[in-house]
Design a protein around this ligand. Structure first.
Ligand SMILES: [Cu+2]
Length: 143
């Protein structure tokens, strides 16, 4: 577990990015570049809820044999990451995926995430069904 937490610290150097008040795209996910040899990558951002409450059930992508839905949660005063079966999508709301909350975890990457190489994904929702989108990869450099 200690090793995992250390890995997460390396992985999520940024706190949640500032949110904008203006019109954001319905759903906007992003990922950061991963270091060479790093076998996992994560995606954050927002998923906009539709007219009724929904649930994100699963995610698939050609870049990873297994994409998991994870949640960072404080348990007994310690932030822990765990795999969850689904992520609740609240209607008419931008549901946040962030380093300190829900996020998508791409396991066993064949190649590192690189800027300019967008990640195609298919998100499966309980009610809305399958939605495909691409996740842009951002540089890790802080501007
Ligand atoms: Cu995770």
């Amino acid at each position: 577990m200690k090793k995992l937490l250390l890995l997460m610290a390396l992985f999520f150097p940024f706190s949640a990015l500032a949110q904008t008040d203006n019109e954001v795209p319905a759903s906007a996910l992003y990922a950061f570049e991963t270091a060479t040899g790093m076998k996992v990558g994560a995606a954050f951002g927002t998923l906009h809820g539709g007219a009724e409450d929904d649930e994100l059930l699963s995610v698939t992508s050609p870049v990873s044999p297994r994409v998991e839905i994870h949640e960072m949660k404080e348990v007994d005063g310690i932030m822990q990451m765990r795999r969850v079966e689904s992520m609740p999508i609240v209607k008419n709301k931008d549901n946040l995926l962030a380093p300190n909350g829900y996020h998508l975890m791409f396991m066993n990457l064949a190649a590192p995430f690189q800027k300019g190489k967008d990640i195609p994904v298919t998100l499966v929702f309980k009610k809305a069904g399958a939605k495909t989108m691409t996740i842009p990869v951002m540089s890790r450099k802080v501007k």
